[in-house]
Design a protein around this ligand. Structure first.
Ligand SMILES: Nc1ncnc2c1ncn2[C@@H]1O[C@H](COP(=O)(O)OP(=O)(O)OP(=O)(O)O)[C@@H](O)[C@H]1O
Ligand SMILES: [Mg+2]
Length: 365
């Protein structure tokens, strides 16, 4: 746990970057600091690894005051991804990642193994990337190397200052997904700075909303979306809070049973149904597509009434209700199937379920 106790940072008389903040960053979770430019996010982050010293107050890591810790030992336990990546330009990807292990005088073979493992983890093929220079990487690849470098010596704490700030929106979402997966596996204590509210909601266990050097609200994304404490937080979260809350709700809880048909059988499997279509499965309960069950299509053999699904029309159990909604809007369908990685069909998410959910969310607000 990282505890801020009445921490203030004054750069000079006019600039009080951080004003008397007290809060606790839980271990093994991801805490986001968010707020407008100049509100004190980077300053707050840099006080944790003592790049900046507080003017007043204390910061404790698991009970130890950071100003009293041996600086090398302190920094060894903290990985840092700086704003705008900050890779060393004349060092290869491999040497960039190996920076801290080398300082720690790890054996060469151990470093090689670690670099390879980390490149795999962040989705870069070691053979093609290890010997590249930063200028030979795309923005997204450079960000991945930045993350790998911060993880290199397996520190329990990682500080990330807008780590995905410099890439296009699509790459950004992909990096977020990958990073969420990495965190699910590693459970580091992460302090993550961003301007992007969707990124915060997607990744955070807790969010601290900052303004003018203060923390206005510190809570779970669900709670901040449902009950913003003041107008600034309310406005900062945006006008579509109900939709944003959908992005914190996994589809798993809302899967409905729905009619299916075995594609290897015939129409006689289907009794009287009020549905317009049913999901078609094969012998092993894998989803093949859907069939229109109107009378005219029943004159065809069942296989000919089949429409196969596009990959982007299929939800997985860890998709969110927000994803379900946007895919329905894109594909113009009122229901989408949920399928396990193995291909097994679990049921469907319907537009009416999402409407019910947003209605109850709105009423709560
Ligand atoms: N070294 C410094 N000397 C003087 N003032 C500084 C210094 N560093 C930051 N500041 C000021 O402190 C305030 C907080 O800066 P900080 O970098 O923490 O903001 P931030 O929230 O990270 O902003 P951004 O989102 O733009 O990165 C700003 O007003 C900034 O101008
Ligand atoms: Mg900053």
């Amino acid at each position: 746990m990282i505890r801020f106790e009445k921490v203030t940072k004054e750069y000079d008389e006019e600039t009080v970057a951080v004003k008397d903040i007290t809060f606790e960053i839980p271990s093994r979770e991801l805490t986001v600091l968010i707020g407008p430019s100049g509100c004190g996010k980077t300053t707050t982050l840099k006080m944790i690894n003592r790049i900046i010293r507080p003017t007043a107050g204390r910061i404790l890591i698991d009970g130890s005051d950071v100003t009293e810790m041996d600086i090398r030992q302190l920094r060894r336990g903290i990985g840092y991804v700086i704003q705008n990546v900050g890779l060393f330009p004349h060092m290869t990807v491999k040497d960039n990642i190996a920076t801290v292990p080398k300082l720690l005088k790890w054996e060469r073979s151990k470093i090689d193994v670690r670099v390879e493992e980390l490149l795999q983890l962040v989705g870069l093929e070691p053979k093609s990337y290890a010997n590249k220079l930063p200028k030979e990487l795309s923005g997204g690849e450079a960000q991945r190397v930045g993350v790998a470098r911060a993880l290199a010596a397996d520190p329990p704490i990682i500080l990330m200052d807008e780590p995905f700030g410099a890439v296009d929106p699509l790459t950004r979402v992909r990096l977020q997904d990958e990073f969420a997966r990495i965190q699910e596996e590693l459970h580091k204590t992460i302090v993550f700075v961003t301007h992007d509210i969707d990124e915060a909601i997607r990744l955070a266990d807790k969010i601290a909303v900052m303004k003018g050097g203060r923390i206005l609200q510190f809570d779970t994304p669900e709670e901040i979306l449902a009950r913003p404490v003041e107008k600034f937080v309310h406005d900062f979260m945006g006008s579509d809070r109900a939709l944003k809350r959908l992005s914190r709700i996994p589809v798993l809880e809302y899967i409905e049973k729905s009619e299916t048909i075995d594609i290897n059988g015939g129409w006689e499997q289907l009794g009287v149904t009020k549905e317009e279509f049913v999901w078609a499965l094969d012998d092993s309960k894998k989803l093949i597509g859907w069939v229109d069950v109107s009378h005219s299509s029943r004159e065809l053999p069942l296989r000919e009434a089949l429409t196969e699904m596009l990959e982007e029309e299929i939800l997985s159990p860890d998709s969110t209700m927000k994803e379900a909604l946007s895919r329905m809007l894109e594909s113009g369908t009122m229901a989408l199937p949920v399928v396990e990685r193995s291909g097994r069909f679990l049921g469907q998410i319907s537009l009416s379920k999402i409407q019910e959910l947003t209605k109850s969310v709105r009423e709560e607000e």
